[in-house]
Ligand binder design. Structure first.
Ligand SMILES: [Zn+2]
Length: 274
């Protein structure tokens, strides 16, 4: 019911491609949401897509004993603030996007009234991840996410598309969620953790778009035995070289029609690729 949230409108500063790093203005102003680190909602909405028994959720982690309730005033800073890149990291990331030829714009920090942990400190709105390779409708994300998407698209998706019948050129990605303030999908837990989508770390790919060929939707393709199955399998496998989480058809019911990719940071660089 809530697999694809509409991509939020942005506050654009103007198209940028290969422009030197520039500090994003610090003042947050999105969604009429005051930035507050002191108020957290008691619960996050439950997913509408339960995980089948024995199937992992979006990012399973060992069960931990529930910590005693903390006074509100002791809550740490919002999760999105913890992910704010320092100036050097941010400049390096934007340089990578320039080398890739990405088309994007820096936008104002994103916050959300639904949950003070949701947001992006230095968001980009990306319209072309590579020259001539559009993100349909544009998408807001952290620079790290865009960089992973760009290298994956350049090094694997485009070459792989050339192996499809009639060698179509990959010209677009149809997206599901990118930034979305919500809990993880498909966990079936009463209080699921915050989704990486709520931090600008994730992108969902619903279909690959080509010049002169039909869109190729992400869907269960087991044993179809054709090149389209091979393409989807290859895309999913190679994504794990750039993203730390890769989920898709078969991971759980919530991911049967898209690839979920995120750059969540885990201990020792551990990756969850299914
Ligand atoms: Zn996702």
């Amino acid at each position: 019911m809530r697999r694809f949230w509409p991509i939020l409108a942005c506050l654009a500063l103007g198209p940028v491609s290969g422009v030197p790093a520039q500090e994003a203005p610090p003042a947050p102003i999105r969604h009429d949401a005051p930035i507050s680190s002191d108020t957290r909602p008691p619960t996050r909405p439950e997913s509408d897509a339960p995980t089948p028994p024995g199937k992992p959720d979006e990012a399973p982690e060992p069960a931990e004993p529930r910590a005693p309730a903390q006074p509100v005033e002791e809550a740490g800073p919002p999760a999105w603030k913890d992910l704010r890149e320092n100036d050097r990291e941010y400049a390096a990331c934007r340089l990578a996007l320039s080398l890739l030829g990405s088309v994007y714009e820096e936008i104002q920090p994103v916050t959300d009234a639904d949950d003070p942990d949701c947001g992006i400190a230095r968001p980009l709105r990306v319209t072309e991840i590579l020259p001539g390779l559009e993100l349909e409708g544009g998408a807001e994300m952290r620079c790290d996410t865009a960089r992973a998407l760009g290298f994956w698209a350049r090094d694997f998706l485009r070459p792989a598309a050339a192996t499809l019948p009639d060698s179509p050129r990959l010209t677009g990605l149809r997206l599901g969620s990118t930034y979305s303030c919500r809990a993880r999908a498909g966990t079936g837990k009463k209080r699921p953790k915050l989704s990486e989508h709520a931090l600008g770390n994730a992108v969902d790919i619903a279909a690959f778009l080509f010049d002169g060929a039909e869109p190729l939707p992400v869907q269960p393709r087991e044993d179809s035995g054709d090149r389209f199955e091979a393409f989807q399998r290859s895309a999913r496998a190679t994504a794990c070289l750039y993203f730390t989480t890769v989920l898709g058809p078969g991971s759980n019911e919530a991911h049967d029609d898209h690839l979920h990719l995120d750059v969540k940071s885990r201990k020792n660089g551990w990756r969850l690729c299914q």
